[in-house]
Design a protein around this ligand. Structure first.
Ligand code: HSE
Length: 438
């Protein structure tokens, strides 16, 4: 290995360009902090001549990320291409096989191939760092992997997608439509190249899968996450939630239960007074409940070039330190070969309060039949509110919101199936889970 640590960056989008610009601006400070000279020497992207706010002419150019990954010009391969399979995945494998440390922001890829890649990295004594993959600039991976090694974690949850939190905040504060808010988030560079990944909850699920493995020492298991996005949340839901003292947040939650680990991603009613409800805009937050610390909450910028580049630069710092003294730990905190099998606790076992919004026909006996179905399933109601009629509402219909006390998911599903069967509903019921928060 050469004396200076030589970096190759694959992918020159928002994050890749920000890393190069920040390296240029902060080179002296970084060299001091890293303890050895660190240089970006080579880059790779799809299109060399694309207009960028950085000058790429001083770097060795590779047309293919795979060629960069195996190049003898570099010591560290930084993957900022994105995508679960394809060249990002091939290039990371090749880089590790070639003996290069790897830094990646690719949550989708790690959620799917993280264990296999960690095994490869650990078998070669290399680092595979991915701070930028979860919650943008928030250093949560380091906290879980290193700082909390003496604590047992019972629950980890958070706002893990900046795009969704930005949309929900804009809808609430500006009264804008979902579509307008999504367009703004895309223009600001928060959204994935396919924004359905954001709004349908997949991006949050990928990040949650990584947090779960780190928190509970289990094999990464994205296929065992219950996922529901925010695309069907309307301004009516947001206004009703506000009247009842709640905000709607897209949360990723992983809980250790008696039967296994429960993982879920869904819109959640959080009390307006709770700390998590104050997390607005593109900000992310991760709450970690531990035996020794109680609840720890980390919050900060969850998306965008600078925030994500900050995490990439921090990961390179760790590699620079290991470059000097060759000491580092396993990729997911627990050695990849010792990760325990993931045991799934079904989301149906989730117990909590529920917000249920029902569009019903305005006729005699509807309230009574709703109450009957709830009672049959032992669901205690905290409140029933009839929403004032709005202009857009169909004639002869009304909107009713039920807030339940703590109850089981399965009971709610049974009650709603019966209510649907009764024929009083105008459209599909909206259910949003209420989470217990300090
Ligand atoms: N699309 C992601 C978000 C980018 O909105 O949070 C950061 O992972």
């Amino acid at each position: 290995m050469s004396e200076a640590l030589r970096i190759g960056i694959a992918g020159l989008g928002t994050v890749g360009s920000a890393v190069i610009r920040l390296f240029d601006e902060k080179v002296e400070m970084l060299t001091r902090q890293y303890g050895c000279p660190v240089q970006i020497v080579a880059v790779s992207a799809r299109n060399r001549s694309r207009e960028r706010n950085i000058n790429v002419n001083s770097f060795i150019w590779y047309d293919s990320p795979e060629e960069l990954a195996v190049s003898a010009d570099i010591d560290v391969f930084v993957e900022l291409i994105g995508g679960e399979t394809g060249s990002a995945c091939r290039a990371i494998k090749l880089a590790l096989e070639a003996g290069h440390h790897v830094v990646t922001a690719n949550k989708a890829l790690l959620a799917r191939h993280g264990v296999e890649l960690a095994q490869l990295a650990e078998s070669k004594g290399l680092l595979l760092n991915f701070e930028a993959a979860v919650a943008g600039g928030i250093p949560v991976i380091k906290v879980l992997r290193e700082s909390l090694s003496g604590s047992s974690i019972s629950r980890i949850y958070g706002i893990l997608n900046g795009t969704c939190n930005y949309i929900l905040t804009q809808m609430e504060e500006e009264g804008l439509s979902f579509e307008e808010c999504l367009k703004n988030a895309q223009a600001l560079g928060y959204a994935e190249s396919d924004p359905t990944f954001d709004i349908e909850g997949n991006d949050t699920a990928h990040k949650l899968a990584l947090l779960t493995s780190l928190a509970f020492g289990t094999i990464i298991s994205p296929e065992n996450i219950y996922v529901e996005g925010i695309s069907n949340i309307s301004l009516a839901d947001i206004r009703m939630a506000d009247e009842l003292g709640y905000r709607i947040k897209l949360l990723g939650v992983a809980v250790k239960t008696d039967t296994g680990i429960e993982q879920r991603v869904h819109p959640t009613m959080v009390p307006t007074s709770s700390v998590i409800a104050q997390v607005k805009g593109v900000t992310n937050a991760v709450a970690i409940e531990t035996d020794l610390l109680g609840e720890l909450l980390l919050s900060g910028a969850g998306a965008g070039g600078n925030a994500t580049a900050s995490a990439v630069i921090g990961d390179i710092a760790d590699i620079a330190k290991s470059h000097l003294c060759f000491q580092h730990g396993p990729v997911f905190g627990t050695p990849a070969n010792a990760l325990k099998p993931y045991i799934k606790a079904a989301v149906r076992f989730h117990a909590g309060g529920y917000f249920i919004r029902l569009g019903v026909y305005d006729r005699t006996g509807v309230f009574a039949s709703l109450a009957k179905r709830m009672a049959e399933n032992d669901i205690l109601l905290k409140s029933i509110v009839q929403q004032p009629v709005v202009e857009t509402q169909a004639q002869g219909t009304k909107t009713i919101v039920l807030i339940t006390h703590q109850t089981a998911e399965a009971a709610v599903r049974r009650a709603l199936a019966a209510i649907t069967q009764d024929g009083n509903l105008v459209d599909k019921a909206q259910i949003i889970r209420i989470e217990r928060f300090s």
